[in-house]
Ligand binder design. Structure first.
Ligand code: ADP
Ligand code: MG
Length: 248
């Protein structure tokens, strides 16, 4: 569980001008499910994600991960937190071009000092990349590169996956494949997706948190578990309206 308590992040643009990117935000994020953070450009989405992921320090307030106050961690603990607790997925993939697909995935394990060839093979299957494992990123599509990022997050068994506009560079069909994969993963991990695509959020989110000027202005959860919500009567499948989200 991630708890964000009264977190503010202020950037100094110069000595006189400051920008409050996150303004007294409090949130509790569960251990599983797909949570979208939406809002227009500049609303603080990436800042919030980076604070949760320990990539940036809060100006005030606290963030707890499973009860541990990460906002008090020293560099060593922060590195450990980022490498073992959090999996990051970025819009521009962050894969290393001089390494093969397999080497890119193994790098994640080198950082956590673990190695498990069988696990890597299993994860390659999950992300459907087995036959590409010896290719270099330049020989892969955007969707395949993003699946490397997903594999990297999975292989180290991080309980939390943070995604910053993961489909921002992908066409709609490939975006859907990545989101389907993340949705599957969110059955037993927390997947947080920053997006400005409302259609994606409406189709995939269990919860949608909306930011405006660094503040949470709306927080909605899906009222029903949609996987249990199909109804078949007289050979007609009734599909629920996924857009029904309820205000918190
Ligand atoms: P979003 O991801 O929603 O587009 P960001 O979190 O990137 O928004 O940015 C929120 C606000 O903080 C913006 O006004 C942005 O200009 C500012 N900001 C973000 N990072 C920095 C930085 N390193 N230095 C100064 N201002 C920043
Ligand atoms: Mg951003």
């Amino acid at each position: 569980m991630i708890e964000v308590k009264n977190v503010t992040k202020t950037y100094f643009i110069n000595r006189k001008t400051k920008c409050t990117a996150i303004d007294d935000v409090s949130l509790v994020l569960p251990d599983s499910g797909m949570v979208f953070i939406i809002g227009k450009s500049g609303s603080g989405k990436s800042t919030l994600l980076n604070l949760i992921g320990g990539l940036d320090n809060t100006t005030s307030g606290t963030i707890l991960a499973d009860g541990n106050e990460i906002t008090t961690f020293d560099q060593r603990l922060l590195t450990k937190y980022r490498s073992s607790y959090i999996g990051f997925i970025f819009q521009d993939y962050h894969v290393l071009n001089s390494f093969t697909l397999l080497q890119n995935i193994n790098l994640a394990l080198d950082i956590t000092n673990s190695s498990d060839d069988q696990k890597v093979e299993e994860i390659l299957k999950v992300v459907d990349l087995t036959e590409y494992k010896d290719r270099y990123p330049s020989e892969l599509s955007g969707g395949q590169k993003q699946r490397i990022a997903v594999a990297r997050a999975l292989v180290k068994d991080a309980p939390v996956i943070l995604c910053d506009e993961p489909t921002g560079n992908l066409d709609s069909k490939t975006s859907q494949q990545i989101l389907d994969l993340l949705k599957e993963i969110s059955k037993d991990k927390l997947v947080v997706v920053v997006s400005h695509n409302m259609v994606e959020a409406n189709n995939y989110a269990d919860r949608i948190i909306e930011l405006y000027d660094g503040k949470v202005v709306r927080d909605r959860r899906r009222s029903v578990n949609y996987s249990n919500n199909f109804k078949i009567e007289d050979n007609i499948i009734y599909i629920p309206h996924y857009r029904d989200l309820t205000e918190n």
